[in-house]
Ligand binder design. Structure first.
Ligand code: GUN
Ligand code: ZN
Length: 455
C-alpha cells in the first residue's frame, strides 16, 4: 500500500512556508522557504510540485481547481515526536511530579486499556484530536497490552495518519496488571511488528517505558529485537526528573549514568527517540549526537510536572548538534497543539537566556521532528517527493489574533504570533496525503465513536 489515494490529484494555493535545511546549523536563507502566493500540487498522496503560483499554474492538471486559502499560512503538517495516546483521559491531573504522577494517575488509567473497546474509543478520539490540531505524524506510546496497539493502528489507518507506536515494555516497578516479562514483551512486540510495521503508513516503535520499569533482561531483549528489526523506531524516556535520575543510578550501579544504561543495551542510534533529556550532561549530549539518537523536547510537560528546563541551544550546538524534535507528551503535557508547544518552548528557552525564534520553532515542529524520527525524506516538508501532509493556519482565528496579526511586518513575526497565541482554533484545515482530513469550519462526519462520554 502507498501513502495516498491512487489517481487523486489535489492542489492548494496560498502563502506557504517550509524547510529545506536546519536553521540551527545553516543560514535562514538556506534553511527556510517562504512563498507569499504559493501553489502546491499533490498526486497519489505525494507532493509533485510546489512554488510560486504564477510560475507554476500551467502545471495544474486539467479539471483540478486549487483550493485557495488567501491570508492563511500553509505549512507541512506538525509532527509530534512524543505523546501517550493512552493518557488522553488524564491530562491536567493535579499535584505531583513524575514518579508520584505515574503511580497516582498514569498506571491507574493505563490498566483500562486491557479492554479493547475502551482502547478503540480513546484511539478514535485521539486521532481526531491530532487532526484538529494539524498534527499529521505522531510517535506515541500505547499501553502494555497488545490490543491497545491494535486499536491505535486501526484508527490511524482509517484516517491514513502516519503513526509510529508500540506496546510499552515494563517488567518491574509498576502494578502487577501492567507488567509483562522480558520474554512476553519481546514476543508480543515481535508479533506486533509483523502485524503493523510498514502496513499502510504505520510504523512500529520498540517502547521500553524507561529504565526504572525494565529489568536488565528486558532491556537486553529490547536491544536484540531492535537489532533484528533495525527499520523500526526505538522510543523511551530519559533524564526527565532529578529524582528519576538518582533512582536509575541506584538500579544500574554498574552504568556510568542514565544514558549509558540505554547505550549498554544497544538502544541508542538513528531512529532512537528519547523523550525529555532535560538533565542530560554535556558528555551524554555528545554521545547522542555521535550515535544519531534524537531527543523529543516536551516543554508543556516539563513545566507541568516541574521537571526542569531543556536547553535547546545546547542540544543544537553546531559543534555537536543532536536531532531534536518537539513533543506534547500528553497526558503530562497540557495541550495537543504543536502551536501551544512552540509557545512553551519559547518561554522555556527564554528562561535559559536563549531567544528561540519562530523560524527555528516551526522547524522543530515540522522538519526537525521528521529528522528526529528518521523520516525527513518522507514527511515534514513541502518539497516534491514528500507525502502531502499539510496544515492551513488561520492568522485571524480569534479577534485577538486578528488584531495582532494585522500589524505584523513580515512572515517571521506572523509565525511568532501564531506560535505564541495559536492553538487548535488557528488550524483552518488539515490535509492527509493530499486529502482534506479536517475542516474547522465544516467538520467531517466520520461516523466513528468518540471517547468523550467514556473517558
Ligand atoms: N517516564 C516514564 N513514563 C512516563 C510517562 O508516562 N510520562 C512521562 N512524562 N514520563 C515518563
Ligand atoms: Zn512521555
Amino acid at each position: 500500500m502507498t501513502a495516498g489515494m491512487q489517481g487523486t490529484t489535489t492542489a492548494v494555493r496560498g502563502p506557504m512556508i517550509w524547510f529545506r535545511g536546519d536553521p540551527f546549523l545553516t543560514s535562514r536563507e538556506d534553511a527556510f522557504v517562504h512563498e507569499p502566493d504559493g501553489l502546491l500540487i499533490c498526486e497519489d498522496g505525494k507532493i509533485t510540485a510546489v512554488g510560486d503560483h504564477t510560475a507554476l499554474r500551467a502545471r495544474i492538471p486539467d479539471g483540478v481547481t486549487p483550493v485557495h486559502y488567501p491570508g492563511h499560512v500553509i505549512s507541512a503538517g506538525f509532527i509530534d515526536t512524543h505523546i501517550h495516546y493512552v493518557q488522553t483521559g488524564i491530562i491536567a491531573a493535579f499535584g505531583s511530579q513524575l514518579i508520584d504522577w505515574l503511580n497516582h494517575y498514569t498506571f491507574v488509567e493505563e490498566q483500562r486499556f486491557s479492554d479493547g473497546a475502551y482502547a478503540t474509543k480513546v484511539a478514535s478520539a485521539f486521532c481526531d484530536e491530532l487532526l484538529r490540531n494539524g498534527t499529521t505524524t505522531a510517535l506515541t506510546f500505547c499501553a502494555v497490552y497488545p490490543q491497545s496497539v491494535d486499536a491505535l493502528f486501526e484508527e490511524a489507518s482509517r484516517r491514513n495518519l502516519r503513526i509510529a507506536a508500540g506496546k510499552v515494555l515494563m517488567d518491574r516497578n509498576a502494578p502487577d496488571a501492567l507488567l509483562d516479562t522480558a520474554q512476553s514483551g519481546y514476543d508480543d512486540s515481535k508479533a506486533l511488528i509483523g502485524r503493523w510495521h510498514g502496513k499502510g503508513r504505520n510504523l512500529y516503535a520498540i517502547t521500553p517505558r524507561f529504565a526504572p520499569t525494565s529489568t536488565p533482561d528486558q532491556l537486553e531483549a529490547a536491544g536484540a529485537l531492535w537489532r533484528e528489526h533495525p527499520e523500526t523506531l526505538m522510543h523511551t524516556h530519559v533524564s526527565e526528573n532529578t529524582g528519576e535520575i538518582s533512582w536509575v543510578r541506584s538500579l544500574f550501579p554498574d552504568r556510568s549514568g542514565y544514558l549509558d544504561v540505554y547505550d549498554h543495551f544497544g538502544l541508542l542510534g538513528r531512529g532512537s527517540v528519547l523523550a525529555h533529556g532535560v538533565h542530560l550532561t554535556g558528555r551524554e549530549r555528545a554521545r547522542c549526537a555521535e550515535t544519531g539518537t534524537a531527543v523529543s523536547h516536551c516543554p508543556t510537560s516539563n513545566l507541568f510536572l516541574g521537571s526542569g528546563l531543556f536547553h535547546v541551544h545546547d542540544a543544537k550546538d553546531p559543534r555537536r548538534p543532536m536531532h531534536v524534535g518537539l513533543g506534547t507528551d500528553i497526558g503530562a503535557g497540557t495541550s495537543f497543539s504543536m502551536l501551544a508547544t512552540m509557545n512553551e518552548a519559547y518561554k522555556v528557552a527564554e528562561l535559559t537566556n536563549y531567544p528561540l525564534d519562530s523560524i527555528k520553532a516551526f522547524y522543530l515542529a515540522t522538519r526537525g521532528s521528521a529528522q528526529a524520527m528518521g523520516l525527513a525524506d518522507t514527511v515534514g516538508s513541502l518539497d516534491p517527493g514528500h507525502e502531502a501532509d499539510f496544515v492551513v493556519l488561520d492568522p485571524r482565528a480569534t479577534p485577538l489574533l486578528a488584531q495582532r496579526t494585522s500589524r505584523v511586518e513580515d512572515i517571521e513575526e506572523l509565525l511568532f504570533v501564531l506560535a505564541v497565541m495559536g492553538d487548535d482554533r488557528a488550524v483552518r484545515a488539515t490535509y492527509i496525503a493530499g486529502a482534506l482530513a479536517h475542516d474547522r469550519d465544516a467538520p467531517l462526519d466520520r461516523g466513528t465513536p468518540t471517547a468523550t462520554a467514556a473517558v
